[in-house]
Design a protein around this ligand. Structure first.
Ligand code: ATP
Length: 228
């Protein structure tokens, strides 16, 4: 088991609405084995993004456990969460957070450098991913600030797959990609599974979901309304 969520609950406190406390999740349970990819489903507002943010440690849990490898994210301090994100838990978001003036090659190689991979090897891995994702070589030395949406997304994916994270969160990884690059991303996901990564993702692209996901979990089942 790589990711195990136990009896997880979440409330939001609306400070601008008299401190109203809204329960959004209750008693959530989810286990993702090594090499398994689980898709979160449920209508808009059901809580897919909230669950992903909780696993990544962005949102605090009201109670319960979120075990990723040997760390309980629900109880970890910020330093432990940062270490987990560097080494164990990757997150491919929908959008690249562009750092001004950092060239594409460094953006992609950075997660590898952070875990101690030597410069030359990190650069070769970055080049390999950029080539596979059809990012033209003429762009590699530029900052992605001015890139198109699809180009930025491909840089983002290359960065997210540079280090072989044991656990991965994918937020609509094929959104805004053409058929050819969509296929490359699905292959990267399949390769990550084959080397044993545990993956949780949101896939609105149903054909993509059917191809790479082993299981679908509807987060509607985690909503407190059901228990009430
Ligand atoms: N920071 C927040 N403060 C208050 N309420 C929030 C916050 N984030 C999410 N919510 C509420 O929690 C519920 C779940 O939202 P979430 O974004 O997780 O849904 P989702 O399933 O990802 O939806 P979508 O498919 O539209 O992205 C919604 O009712 C939303 O309004």
């Amino acid at each position: 088991m790589m990711i195990r969520i136990e009896n997880l609950s979440k409330t939001f406190t609306l400070h601008n609405q008299g401190g109203a406390v809204i329960p959004v999740m209750e008693g959530a349970e989810l286990t993702v084995e090594k090499g398994e990819c689980v898709a979160l489903t449920g209508a808009s507002g059901a809580g897919k993004s909230t669950l992903m943010r909780m696993i990544y440690g962005n949102y605090l849990a009201a109670s319960g456990h979120i075990r990723v490898g040997g760390t309980d994210v629900a109880a970890a301090d910020p330093r432990e969460i940062l270490q987990l994100r560097r080494e164990v838990l990757g997150y491919v978001s929908q959008f690249l957070r562009v750092v001004p003036r950092v060239p594409v090659l460094d953006v992609v190689a950075e997660p590898l450098r952070t875990v101690g991979v030597p410069g030359e090897r990190a650069r070769r891995r970055a080049e390999e991913l950029l080539r596979r994702l059809n990012v033209p070589e003429t762009l590699w030395t530029l900052s992605p600030t001015t890139f198109s949406g699809g180009e930025q997304q491909r840089v983002n994916i290359a960065r997210g797959f540079a280090h072989d994270y044991p656990a991965l969160l994918l937020d609509e990884p094929t959104a805004s990609l053409d058929a050819r690059n969509r296929d490359v991303v699905l292959s990267l996901i399949e390769e990550a599974k084959a080397r044993g990564a545990a993956i949780v993702g949101i896939f609105h692209d149903e054909a993509a979901r059917d191809r790479v996901c082993d299981r679908v979990v509807d987060v509607t089942g985690f909503s407190p309304a059901r228990a009430a």
